[in-house]
Ligand binder design. Structure first.
Ligand code: BTN
Length: 265
């Protein structure tokens, strides 16, 4: 594979994230490239990184703002020995790894917003999407773990419609960070956390997630497929579900969009 800025962090070790890194100047979405690579049999840990995406995608059919040369846009191909039900928990695990990586460049202001937003100072700096690929028998073949981190994005380059709720490391700290170093840290942390979920289950990762939880103890509204729940966040359970204390008792929320009272979603 030709040399590129991220060549130096390729692990070249089968089984490790970042085993091979496929680097592109511009793609529609790193998720699409990863899907093709996975179909061709790319091994676990293969990563795709792009400088810019013309059609970056977020959760729930939303887009992901992907200007060139400033942020990290990556998709990692995982080939987990896990059941389909574990896939959403992989994105929680990735959230912990992303929070840990950002902590190194933006200490003390990192938080996680369930299910998979990464916050700096209560605004969104990162997002995670986990797309499952199944085989003909509908068994889990691979997971395309997409991670977008706003690193050196300047305030003026944030589109008006997301300006009040988006942030980057540069905006939050006033300092640019080394994108290759952040990617390296992300992959290293993800290796550790992935190993934990595979060998010991999500319960092993949950305390780390809880330490970063920006919602615990806060009042929120959760909207999912037309339903709406309000309550106080108590944390997450060992399955990764959000625990919400409502007027009718504790509810387990397994999917939805969370809005913090008095804040932007
Ligand atoms: C979200 O918060 O809605 C998830 C955003 C995920 C964005 C990343 S950027 C790299 C990868 N490629 C995509 O098209 N999306 C993910």
């Amino acid at each position: 594979m030709p040399k590129h800025p991220y060549s130096e962090i390729e692990s070249h070790q089968p089984g490790l994230i970042g085993y091979q890194i496929h680097y592109f100047e511009e793609v529609e979405s790193t998720q699409n490239i990863a899907r093709n690579l996975a179909a061709e049999g790319a091994p676990h840990g293969t990563a795709v990184i792009a400088e810019t995406q013309s059609a970056g995608r977020g959760r729930m059919g939303r887009g992901w703002h992907s200007p060139p040369g400033v942020n990290l846009y990556t998709t990692i191909i995982l080939r987990p020995r896990l059941a389909m039900a574990e896939v959403p928990r992989l994105s929680l695990v990735a959230g912990v790894a992303a929070a840990e990586a950002l902590e190194e460049v933006a200490p003390g202001i990192v938080a996680l917003k369930w299910p998979n937003d990464v916050w700096l100072n209560g605004r969104k700096a990162g997002g995670i999407i986990a797309e499952a690929v199944t085989d003909r028998a509908q068994r889990l073949d691979s997971v395309l773990l997409g991670i977008g981190l706003n690193l050196n994005l300047a305030e003026d380059d944030v589109p008006g419609e997301i300006r009040e709720r988006a942030i980057s490391v540069l905006i939050a700290t006033g300092h640019r960070c080394d994108r290759v170093a952040v990617a390296n840290s992300l992959f290293t942390r993800l290796n550790i956390r992935y190993d934990e979920i595979v060998t010991r289950g999500f319960a092993a990762v949950r305390p780390a997630w809880e330490r970063y939880s920006g919602l615990t103890g806060k009042r929120v509204t959760v909207v999912d497929a037309g339903t709406r729940e309000e309550g106080m966040v108590k944390g997450i359970d060992t399955d990764g579900a959000l625990l919400l204390e409502t007027s009718s008792g504790i509810r387990r929320i397994i999917a939805g969009d969370v809005t913090l009272e008095g804040a932007y979603s």
